[in-house]
Design a protein around this ligand. Sequence first.
Ligand SMILES: *[C@@H]1O[C@H](CO)[C@@H](O)[C@H](O)[C@H]1NC(C)=O
Ligand SMILES: *[C@@H]1O[C@H](CO)[C@@H](O)[C@H](O)[C@H]1NC(C)=O
Ligand SMILES: *[C@@H]1O[C@H](CO)[C@@H](O)[C@H](O)[C@H]1NC(C)=O
Ligand SMILES: *[C@@H]1O[C@H](CO)[C@@H](O)[C@H](O)[C@H]1NC(C)=O
Ligand SMILES: *[C@@H]1O[C@H](CO)[C@@H](O)[C@H](O)[C@H]1NC(C)=O
Ligand SMILES: *[C@@H]1O[C@H](CO)[C@@H](O)[C@H](O)[C@H]1NC(C)=O
Ligand SMILES: *[C@@H]1O[C@H](CO)[C@@H](O)[C@H](O)[C@H]1NC(C)=O
Ligand SMILES: *[C@@H]1O[C@H](CO)[C@@H](O)[C@H](O)[C@H]1NC(C)=O
Ligand SMILES: *[C@@H]1O[C@H](CO)[C@@H](O)[C@H](O)[C@H]1NC(C)=O
Ligand SMILES: *[C@@H]1O[C@H](CO)[C@@H](O)[C@H](O)[C@H]1NC(C)=O
Length: 446
Amino acid sequence: MKFFTAALFASVVSSFAVDSLISGASVIPATETHELRRIGAHHHKHHDRRTVTIRSSRNDTDDVSRDFLWGIARANRGGRLLLKKGETYVIGKRMDLSFLNNIEVQLDGELKFTDDVPYWQKNYFYYPFQKSISFWRWGGQDIKIFGTGVLNGNGQRWYNEFAGQEILDPDNTYLRPILFLTENATRISVEGITQLNSPCWTNFFVGSNDVSFDDVFITAYSTNISALPKNTDGFDSYNVNGLSVTNTRVDVGDDCFSPKPNTTNIFVQNLWCNNTHGVSMGSIGQYPGVMDIIEHAYLENITLLNGQNGARLKAWAGEGVGYGRINNITYKNIHIENTDNPVVLDQCYFDIESEECAKFPSQVNVTDITFESISGTSSGKEGRVVADLICSPNAVCNNIHLADINLTSPAGSPPVIICEGIQGDIGVECQSSTNATQTKRSLGMS
Ligand SMILES: *[C@@H]1O[C@H](CO)[C@@H](O)[C@H](O)[C@H]1NC(C)=O
Ligand SMILES: *[C@@H]1O[C@H](CO)[C@@H](O)[C@H](O)[C@H]1NC(C)=O
Ligand SMILES: *[C@@H]1O[C@H](CO)[C@@H](O)[C@H](O)[C@H]1NC(C)=O
Ligand SMILES: *[C@@H]1O[C@H](CO)[C@@H](O)[C@H](O)[C@H]1NC(C)=O
Ligand SMILES: *[C@@H]1O[C@H](CO)[C@@H](O)[C@H](O)[C@H]1NC(C)=O
Ligand SMILES: *[C@@H]1O[C@H](CO)[C@@H](O)[C@H](O)[C@H]1NC(C)=O
Ligand SMILES: *[C@@H]1O[C@H](CO)[C@@H](O)[C@H](O)[C@H]1NC(C)=O
Ligand SMILES: *[C@@H]1O[C@H](CO)[C@@H](O)[C@H](O)[C@H]1NC(C)=O
Ligand SMILES: *[C@@H]1O[C@H](CO)[C@@H](O)[C@H](O)[C@H]1NC(C)=O
Ligand SMILES: *[C@@H]1O[C@H](CO)[C@@H](O)[C@H](O)[C@H]1NC(C)=O
């Protein structure tokens, strides 16, 4: 069926630079339903559209980024780019996809970035927030990415070379790209795909509205035991209104879901996290003089296994930090197993010394928080403590409620809930951290 490529459809198009077909590409009109079905572009959930295909890569260094850009431009405004099942598309150049308007990308094959570290450390999109860089950026409106394929960050070399370093170290110069980034995108959805081995954060949404992920699997693993994936967070956001993550699984070794400054209207349902640092609001309040807000979040039916944290709220303290609020957050039906800190309010985040936090406490208010129906077990690493809620003396923490908490610790019973500096009744029996220190000491785990 070769005739369905250049010869037949070149005539359908008008007079743009992208309109002449490039080698190995095809454009199939939406009316060619039989052909769309044949090439795998017919989708039960999405209507047929004008569909563009591009050539795939012949090997791991065969960069098709120019073809990809051409395909995106050609599919933009009402069409679809199909990346076929069984094919690999290698991307070796940074790409600016900020011009999108009504486009679908059906990712059934594999889109894989090269691991040319020297190239990517010179060519990226830069975001000052935590010195983030990205392979590409997606922006515009009405963007749908779906399929059964893989977005592969090819992270192994990055893990090997970064080993022993710390992303939040002010002297760190080994920047690693984010796998998927939106900037100024409105109504963007991602569905069905796998996101594999991102060098750094897996997803970062900047200045975007109505971002949704459904049925996505995010994983990062290393074949080198002395160089595990680091900072491969599932979801981060910055200045985002409307973020929905549903029916998703994350197994990454860092935050599972952790919206950052100015994220509002968050909805999370049926999220499964293994080996993560938990589902966190924040961290926020990191930068001097800057106000950060996280508010209106509803998170329901979350499973957290084998992690550092379960449900967490985190903010920065220390000299020259910012301020803000975490407000109106509900965690409901959360199941936690083998996790060091199942429920946490931490306003002395990261490696800041406790004396420094005491001297320059966080100014992030924490208000209207509900933890309801939280069950499972801690790892026992924190002794009998299963929830640790410590409010900063320079912030207001009120209307924080825990209900139907059934958390146990393998280190003994009864389980302990720490609360400090919180105004009003939190709904469960709790004690100050000085008691907890005693508890931990008495268990020999200081
Ligand atoms: C990879 O494929 C490209 C394009 O066909 C070719 O030029 C290059 O020699 C190939 N490289 C290797 C290592 O096979
Ligand atoms: C594994 O990572 C370590 C630490 O960076 C590195 O020294 C070593 O070369 C890596 N091993 C392989 C096989 O790449
Ligand atoms: C996104 O919007 C901001 C604010 O309007 C602007 O400064 C920035 O250049 C935009 N980014 C892109 C990629 O268009
Ligand atoms: C809760 O989420 C899990 C996935 O982690 C899913 O299997 C289960 O069906 C969900 N429960 C409900 C009631 O939707
Ligand atoms: C969860 O992670 C553990 C390692 O901590 C691993 O052994 C297990 O296979 C993972 N579970 C699933 C379902 O992937
Ligand atoms: C967050 O929003 C507030 C007010 O809406 C604004 O003052 C602040 O600069 C924003 N923060 C960031 C990090 O953009
Ligand atoms: C709290 O957030 C929810 C969304 O999770 C929203 O529907 C509700 O209106 C918010 N409540 C207030 C008082 O803003
Ligand atoms: C934090 O609470 C204090 C006391 O109510 C209030 O003055 C301040 O504006 C609040 N900060 C934010 C960012 O909402
Ligand atoms: C608490 O959870 C345990 C299992 O972790 C379960 O056996 C027990 O019935 C639960 N208790 C309540 C009151 O729900
Ligand atoms: C907490 O400490 C107080 C006094 O220091 C003590 O009376 C109380 O029994 C302690 N609570 C627990 C649960 O250890």
